[in-house]
Design a protein around this ligand. Structure first.
Ligand SMILES: Cc1cc2nc3c(=O)[nH]c(=O)nc-3n(C[C@H](O)[C@H](O)[C@H](O)COP(=O)(O)OP(=O)(O)OC[C@H]3O[C@@H](n4cnc5c(N)ncnc54)[C@H](O)[C@@H]3O)c2cc1C
Length: 542
C-alpha cells in the first residue's frame, strides 16, 4: 500500500523522502522525517525484519554478531601489513543494522574527536555544537543533566560489573597514574571504569526497537525489508529516486524532496559508485558511466585495529562461577522476570581508556577486561568443565593513522564491495599497540591485579610486533568512506549533502571525517538526529 501522501507514477511510487538502509542512522531518520503526517517517507532495507530471541539477550552478543543470518558476511581483502590474512567482517543486515548485532557498549567518544572534526573542515561539528543531539538520543540512567539526555529514545543503562575484579584492575591502574572514571561520556573517555550499555530492562535496545517500532504504524511511513537498492537515480544533477530489487523483481521509487543514504560505511560508498558517483577511474574500470567524479567516495576508510592479551588466572571469576548450569537456569528466570543478572550484560570486569604516550592530547588506547573471552560456556561439576580461568584484555587502537578503501568488485551492485582496511600500514599504529600491550602487562604485574594472575597466555614469548601483525582484526568501527568536510577528498559538506548533487545526503557512520576514540554507534545516532534536523530545515551546521 502506498503511504498516505505517496503517489504511484507509471510503475514508480513517489515519496517526499527515500531512506536507503534501515540501520542505526536509517531508523532515526525514518522516525524524525515521518513526524509530520504530510511527509511521505519510504525506508528501504536490504535485510529482513526478523529479530531472533537470542538478539534480545546481551550475554549472547558474540553468538548474535557472528550469526550469518543477521549479517552481510563480507570477506575483506588480504591485509598486506597484517599477515596477508583475509578477515571476515561483521555488519548487520536487518532492521536496526549493526546496532542489532553490536556489543551494546555506549560510548560517545572523546570531546576532542569532534573538535578535531571541526578543525578538519566539518564546521559546526565541534563537541559543544553536537552535544545537544547526543542528549536528544539518550535516555540515560543518570537522568537529565548538562552532560546527558534523560528523555531520548535510546535507553543508556548502567553496566553491572564484577566489582571485585574491577577494584583489582582500577587499583593497579591507579598505581600507574590512571584515574577512575564513572562517566566516560560526561567526563571524557579517559581513565578506568565501565561502559554504559544500550539495554533496557536487561534487553538489547537497537535503533529499530527504539526509533522504528514505536512509530511503525504511521500511515505516512512505508518500511520495506528485503529490498536491495541497486542505484540512486540522478537526473540533471539531482537525485530523483532509487532502483531496488524485491523478490527478484526490479522496482523504482521517486523522491520529490531528498534521497537519504544510510547504507553504512561499506554500503554507502558502494551504492554511490554503482550510481556513477565516485572516482572516475574506478567507475570506468567496471564500465559504469560517471555521473560525478568524486574522488573521496570509498577512500579514507578508517578502522580501530584490535589485538589482545590473555592471562590465565588462579580462580574462576564471578561471571564464570555463575555459568554453572543450575545457577544459569536461575539467572534465566531472573532475567525473564526482572531483566537483571548474568544474561543482562556481557562478561566485563573493567574498561580503560589511556594514552600510549603521555604527551598525547587524548587517549589512543581502549582496553576491555573480559572474562571468558566473550565466549560464555555453561558447565557443571563432573559433566562439563568451565571455560577456564581466563581474562582477555581486548585492546583497540583508537586513533589509527592507516587508511584503507572500499571499492568495486564488479559492475553488479549485488556483489559485495572490495574492502581493504590496510590495518597497521603505518608503523606508528604498530608502535602504539606495542606500548599498549606493554602497559597491560605492567598492570597485570601490579597488585592487587597481579594476585589473581597465574601466567600470560598471549602474547607470551612471541615478539610483540610479530604477534600484533599476526593477530590484529578490525574492531567493527569502520568510518569515513564518505567523509564530510572541505577539499577535494570530502564527499559531503557539513550539512551532509553530497557535493555536486542536489537532493542527496549521506547520513551514517561513513561521514565521520575521522574515526572517534570510542565505539561508533552513539556518534552515528547523533549524526542521524542532527541530519534529520538539517533535512527538515530545523537546524544548520553553522
Ligand atoms: C559486531 C559489531 C560490534 C559492535 N559493537 C559496538 C558497540 O559495542 N558499541 C558501539 O557503539 N558500536 C558498536 N559497533 C558499531 C556500530 O554498531 C556501528 O558503528 C553503527 O551501527 C553504524 O551505523 P550505520 O547506520 O552507519 O550502519 P548500519 O547500522 O550498519 O546500517 C546500514 C544499513 O543499511 C543497509 N544497507 C546497506 N546497503 C544497502 C542497500 N544497497 N540497500 C538497502 N539497504 C542497504 C544494511 O543492511 C544496514 O541495515 C559494532 C558493530 C558490529 C558489527
Amino acid at each position: 500500500m502506498p503511504a498516505e501522501g505517496a503517489r504511484r507514477e507509471g510503475r514508480a511510487e513517489r515519496f517526499h523522502f527515500i531512506i536507503v538502509g534501515g540501520g542505526s542512522a536509517g531508523c532515526v531518520l525514518a522516525n524524525r522525517l515521518s513526524e509530520d503526517p504530510a511527509d511521505a517517507v519510504l525506508l528501504l532495507e536490504a535485510g529482513h525484519d526478523r529479530p531472533t530471541a537470542a538478539m534480545n539477550v546481551p550475554l549472547f552478543f558474540s553468538k548474535v554478531s557472528a550469526d550469518p543470518a543477521l549479517g552481510w558476511n563480507y570477506l575483506a581483502e588480504p591485509e598486506p601489513h597484517a599477515g596477508g590474512r583475509a578477515l571476515p567482517i561483521k555488519r548487520g543486515k536487518l532492521l536496526g543494522g549493526s546496532s542489532a548485532i553490536n556489543g551494546l557498549a555506549y560510548t560517545r567518544g572523546h570531546p576532542g574527536d569532534f573538535d578535531g572534526w571541526a578543525e578538519r573542515g566539518a564546521r559546526g561539528w565541534s563537541h559543544a555544537e553536537v552535544l545537544p543531539w547526543f542528549r536528544r538520543v539518550e535516555n540515560n540512567w543518570r537522568g537529565e543533566s548538562d552532560g546527558h539526555g534523560g528523555h531520548g529514545p535510546m535507553p543508556v543503562s548502567r553496566y553491572g560489573r564484577d566489582e571485585a575484579l574491577f577494584q583489582r584492575i582500577a587499583t593497579a591502574a591507579a598505581a600507574h597514574g590512571f584515574r577512575e572514571n564513572d562517566d566516560f561520556d560526561a567526563n571524557g573517555a579517559d581513565g578506568f571504569g565501565c561502559y554504559d550499555t544500550t539495554t533496557t530492562r536487561g534487553r538489547r535496545a537497537t535503533a529499530a526497537t527504539q526509533y522504528l517500532d514505536p512509530i511503525r504504524k504511521r500511515p505516512n511511513l512505508v518500511v520495506r525489508t528485503e529490498c536491495h537498492v541497486t542505484r540512486i537515480r540522478v537526473e540533471n544533477g539531482r537525485a530523483t529516486g532509487v532502483d531496488y530489487e524485491r523478490a527478484g523483481l526490479s522496482e523504482r521509487a521517486l523522491a520529490t524532496r531528498e534521497v537519504l543514504l544510510s547504507g553504512g560505511t561499506y554500503g554507502s560508498p558502494h551504492l554511490l559508485m554503482h550510481s556513477g558517483i565516485g572516482p572516475h577511474s574506478e567507475l570506468a574500470a567496471q564500465g559504469i558511466d560517471t555521473v560525478l567524479d568524486l574522488r573521496g567516495v570509498g577512500a579514507n576508510l578508517q578502522e580501530h585495529p584490535v589485538v589482545g592479551a590473555m592471562f590465565a588466572c588462579n580462580a574462576l571469576f564471578r561471571f564464570d562461577r555463575d555459568m554453572r548450569f543450575d545457577r544459569l537456569a536461575l539467572s534465566l528466570l531472573r532475567w525473564r522476570m526482572f531483566g537483571t543478572g548474568l544474561l543482562s550484560g556481557v562478561p566485563l570486569g573493567a574498561v580503560g581508556f589511556f594514552r600510549s604516550r603521555p604527551e598525547l592530547a587524548r587517549p589512543d588506547i581502549e582496553v576491555a577486561f573480559v572474562t571468558s573471552s566473550f565466549a560464555p560456556r555453561p558447565w557443571f561439576p563432573l559433566v562439563r568443565k568451565p571455560n577456564g580461568k581466563t581474562l582477555w584484555c581486548c585492546t583497540w587502537l583508537l586513533s589509527p593513522e592507516s587508511r584503507g578503501r572500499v571499492g568495486l568488485r564488479s559492475p553488479d551492485p549485488r556483489d559485495h564491495p572490495t574492502i581493504l582496511h590496510n590495518l597497521l600500514a603505518e608503523p606508528a599504529d604498530v608502535a602504539a599497540l606495542v606500548r599498549a600491550l606493554e602497559t597491560i602487562r605492567a598492570f597485570a604485574a601490579t597488585p592487587p591485579f597481579s594476585d589473581i594472575i597465574e601466567s600470560e597466555t598471549m602474547p607470551g614469548e612471541r615478539g610483540l610486533e610479530d604477534y600484533i601483525r599476526a593477530t590484529a582484526v578490525p574492531g567493527a568501527h569502520p568510518t569515513s568512506t564518505c567523509a564530510m568536510g572541505e577539499g577535494s577528498m570530502a564527499v559531503t559538506g557539513p550539512d551532509l549533502k553530497v557535493k555536486g548533487v542536489e537532493g542527496l545526503r549521506v547520513i551514517d557512520a561513513s561521514v565521520m571525517p575521522k574515526v572517534i576514540s570510542g565505539h561508533t554507534n552513539a556518534a552515528t545516532l547523533m549524526i542521524a538526529e542532527r541530519g534529520a534536523d538539517f533535512v527538515l530545515g530545523r537546524s544548520k551546521p553553522f
